[in-house]
Ligand binder design. Structure first.
Ligand SMILES: C[S@@+](CC[C@H](N)C(=O)[O-])C[C@H]1O[C@@H](n2cnc3c(N)ncnc32)[C@H](O)[C@@H]1O
Ligand code: SF4
Length: 376
């Protein structure tokens, strides 16, 4: 049976972080009950002959903050997914956790219903910085969550970090890494801060508020390379531009996205990619609850679009795009099909062809956006 993934979006947070533009609400708690009911309906509605002929190898609860909900809701959603889909016995089932929202009862329920991977948003170990970016927790609260999860037996944990935060120094970042490496999580995601339009952090930076100066581009790149070199030295494999994992702990859910595998997304703003069609649900909570069947975008992609997207997604991975995989999937040789793009990018030393792989060079890691843009 062909494998597919499932993503469930939980668009609620205790408070909005200053940098975040994900679809999440911190003032619509009265909607949680009807939201979960709607997601259940959407799952049931999707179940058909197609889903019966597929097996789900990954389930991902993302947000927003899935751990903000009472755990009974996550249990209900998972039970509903199990009733309507074939779930592989070794499926990777991830839930995103914000340390300021966790109790022992919640973690125990997650475990009981089969969640076997936690992704904890820490961002930085520095309490001043945490406060400055509007996080609801301290480093010590993160530690309590992390240690409790370990004590209860969670053996696959990711920690999210953001670097290049306002007024963050290279030494601050070094301390972050030292503390995290000591904890030895199986997976570490490290994102360079993106200052998104409409966020509070953008306002603070633009009005030159005290303590909101961004590190220079040069420092930002020094941070990136320090993270890469240090984590690799400590046994983490750099497998995607922002992701590091111990051997065998690469996120299957993320890899499936970068390998253009099919998945269903349930909930407000969730995207799906099924049978060459990408579609996304309504972002506005009330619109989604009113009619979950009304989609924002629905497009059947042609072979050229799919091939370009496959390159763009594949070039996020450090191993890059496998030429033989590409040939199997599209019946085309990517070196011929994309000869202009590939020769331009290799001339600029941004990508290289290494045996069966087309991948980013060292320089390409610093200018990955330029590479991806070639395939848009
Ligand atoms: C949906 S959130 C994770 C779970 C949970 N909501 C939390 O924040 O703890 C996904 C991750 O994206 C990253 N992220 C969000 N906005 C970002 C931004 N503007 N720049 C860089 N990273 C960002 C953070 O590391 C965050 O943990
Ligand atoms: S970073 Fe996470 S907790 Fe913060 S607002 Fe965004 S989704 Fe919510």
């Amino acid at each position: 049976m062909k494998e597919i993934g499932i993503y469930v979006h939980i668009p609620f947070c205790k408070r909005k972080c200053y940098y975040c533009d994900f679809v999440s609400y911190d003032n619509k708690y009265e909607k949680i009950d009807s939201y979960v009911e709607t997601v259940k309906k959407e799952i049931e509605d999707t179940s058909n002959e197609f889903t019966k002929n597929h097996i789900v190898s990954t389930i991902y609860f993302g947000g927003g903050t899935p751990s903000f909900l009472e755990s009974k809701y996550i249990k209900l959603l998972l039970e509903n997914i199990r009733r309507n889909f074939n779930i592989s016995s070794n499926a990777e089932i991830t839930l995103e956790v914000n340390p300021g929202t966790i109790t022992e009862e919640k973690l125990k329920t997650y475990q009981m219903c089969g969640i076997n991977r936690l992704s904890i948003g820490l961002q930085t170990t520095n309490d001043n910085l945490l406060k400055k970016i509007g996080r609801i927790h301290t480093y010590s609260e993160f530690l309590s969550t992390y240690n409790l999860a370990r004590k209860l037996g969670f053996s696959n944990i990711n920690v999210d970090l953001i670097f290049s935060l306002p007024d963050e120094s290279l030494d601050d970042l070094k301390l972050d890494l030292e503390k995290i490496i000591e904890l030895s999580p199986e997976h570490i995601s490290t994102y360079s801060l993106i200052v998104e339009n409409g966020t509070k952090i953008k306002e603070l930076i633009e009005e030159n508020a005290d303590g909101y100066n961004l590190p220079s581009e040069d420092i930002e790149r020094q941070m990136y390379w320090y993270i890469k070199n240090t984590l690799e030295e400590k046994g983490y494999r750099h497998y995607e531009i922002s992701n590091f994992a111990k051997e065998g702990y690469e996120s299957k859910h993320n890899l499936n996205c970068w390998n253009q595998k099919e998945y269903f997304g349930f909930g407000a703003a969730a995207h799906s990619f099924i049978d060459g069609i990408r579609f996304s649900n309504k972002k506005i909570l009330s619109e989604y609850i009113f009619n979950f069947k009304s989609r924002d975008i629905e497009e059947k992609m042609n072979r050229e679009e799919l091939a370009k997207e496959y390159m763009m997604l594949g070039l996020r991975k450090i191993d890059g795009v496998s030429i033989s995989e590409f040939e199997r999937k599209f019946n085309l040789n990517p070196l011929l099909y994309f000869r202009f793009e590939i020769s331009k990018l290799t001339d600029e030393d941004l990508i290289e062809v290494d045996l069966d792989d087309i991948k980013l060079t060292k320089k390409g890691l610093d200018f990955a956006n330029i590479v991806w843009e070639e395939f848009i």
